[in-house]
Design a protein around this ligand. Structure first.
Ligand SMILES: Cc1cc2nc3c(=O)[nH]c(=O)nc-3n(C[C@H](O)[C@H](O)[C@H](O)COP(=O)(O)O)c2cc1C
Length: 208
């Protein structure tokens, strides 16, 4: 199918190059938790993404200088905690202060999970326990690919039918989103359904 930008000249005319910026937005903001010298610590992180559902894989990119990174490297484990909009001041603060100088665990209660080294932030409705599979160094970054070994969801956001749990829609979870304009955002409305919203078009093209 021809897109509106099929003509590369027209595409160039209508677009302005802004340099090599990874403008993939929105970015979900999470708190990455680790056990550092026997004490939980949390860092605010945007560079975190799903790599696959089966197996359940995630990637997190942390600066080597962070206190949290030291714990992840030492234990080979971390948690990903999904905060809610109401936690925004704390979440931003955890991206400003370092556990090297401040006891962030005192501000965010956590409990151990099944995995040693992955503290679960009680106030976050979703916690993932992650075991590091590989670490790649890119300049000052330590990029961790990890298996999600367990997922905890606040029971208020889970319904179970025929023994199959399903998690409440995003509009009820109120995660914090971030964009490269340095803005925090909330979730907007649902606009479609995966493998469904394009079905009529796919059927038309397949039949053509
Ligand atoms: C919105 C936001 C997003 C951030 N994303 C990342 C990130 O993806 N990776 C990273 O290494 N640091 C990121 N940071 C910075 C760390 O959270 C920050 O340096 C923090 O103080 C590290 O804490 P720690 O030393 O206790 O581990 C982010 C900060 C903010 C405010």
């Amino acid at each position: 199918m021809r897109s509106a930008c099929f003509d590369i000249e027209r595409c160039r005319v209508n677009k302005v190059t802004i340099g090599p910026i990874p403008y993939l937005v929105p970015i979900p903001i999470v708190l990455v938790g680790a056990d550092v010298d026997g004490r939980p610590n949390f860092a605010t992180v945007g560079d975190c993404a799903v790599l696959g559902l089966r197996p359940a894989l995630v990637v997190v990119s942390l600066s080597a200088a962070h206190h949290t990174t030291r714990g992840v490297l030492a234990r080979g484990a971390f948690s990903i905690n999904v905060p809610t909009e109401s936690m925004l001041p704390l979440v931003d603060c955890f991206g400003i202060l370092s556990g090297k100088d401040h006891d962030k665990a005192a501000l965010l209660p956590s409990v151990p999970g099944e995995l040693t080294g992955a503290p679960l932030a009680v106030d976050c409705p979703i916690n993932l326990e992650c075991r590091v599979r590989s670490v790649t160094e890119v300049e000052h970054r330590r990029i961790f690919i990890a298996d999600v070994v367990q997922t905890h969801v606040d029971e208020r956001f889970v319904t179970t039918e025929d023994d199959k749990p399903s998690v409440a829609p995003l509009t009820e979870l109120h995660p914090i989103l971030y964009a490269l304009d340095n803005g925090y955002y909330g979730v907007g409305k649902r606009i479609g359904t995966g493998y469904e919203s394009g079905r009529a078009l796919a059927a038309r093209l397949a039949g053509a």
